[in-house]
Design a protein around this ligand. Structure first.
Ligand SMILES: *[C@@H]1O[C@H](CO)[C@@H](O)[C@H](O)[C@H]1NC(C)=O
Ligand SMILES: [Zn+2]
Length: 210
């Protein structure tokens, strides 16, 4: 009798926890592997822009001086925007690069939902461009307040579609000056969680702004 109780206690306190630990560990390992596998589907690409004023001409003439040419960096962003299948949500301080403006208009014309948020003061300086965008039917909003900058620089593409969602963000002003004269970075990614977080912020601003 006594030895039976000892056996049961022994099983309860050593064998069962060992077996349970084994199963919990293997389950944890499997989950971790799954998570890593999922993560591996995501990419990041960093573009670093170095001050190369001579590239101003390369952009204007559409002739590249090599891989590091500002024209190549610009075209990377243009192709990114051109790949949109459903929506483009752009939120930037200023938007002057003609290639990008053209690509946004083209996207709008082929039925992509294009929404743009720009800084109020910058757009006041550049009112003609705003009018042209709005005239083409693209919705453009700015913050209500005059004494704050809309200093964001991000662009979401197909943010509601897990398969094609992508975004870029970084320090770059979408101006000729920004892309040829400054030192800047832009990060391109399809990390869905990050895109969702930016998307929530975009929707908040869109609801608040005029
Ligand atoms: C970004 O663009 C705005 C508007 O053109 C300009 O006022 C600002 O100085 C630019 N920033 C840089 C770092 O070039
Ligand atoms: Zn160049």
């Amino acid at each position: 009798m006594h030895s039976k109780v000892t056996k049961v206690l022994y099983i309860c306190f050593t064998v069962i926890p060992l077996v349970a630990a084994y199963f919990i560990k293997s389950r944890y390992k499997r989950l971790k592997a799954e998570l890593e596998e999922e993560k591996n589907d995501y990419y990041y690409q960093n573009i670093f822009i170095h001050s190369k004023f001579e590239c101003r001409e390369h952009i204007l003439q559409a002739t590249s001086c090599g891989e590091e040419c500002s024209l190549n960096h610009l075209l990377t962003l243009v192709h990114f925007i051109a790949s949109a299948k459903e929506s483009i949500s752009l939120c930037v301080l200023t938007l002057q690069l003609l290639n990008i403006l053209k690509e946004l208009t083209k996207a709008h014309e082929r039925g992509i939902k294009v929404r743009i948020i720009l800084d109020k003061e910058m757009i006041a300086v550049d009112n003609l461009r705003l009018q042209r965008l709005r005239k083409s039917g693209i919705q453009v909003k700015t913050q209500k307040s005059d004494n704050s900058y809309l200093h964001h620089k991000f662009c979401l593409i197909d943010e509601k579609n897990k398969n094609s969602a992508k975004m870029f963000c970084g320090s770059l002003n979408l101006t000729l000056q920004g892309i040829v004269r400054n030192y800047e970075h832009v990060t391109l990614t399809n990390d869905y969680d990050m895109i969702q977080s930016f998307s929530e912020e975009f929707e908040k601003l869109w609801a608040d702004f005029d």
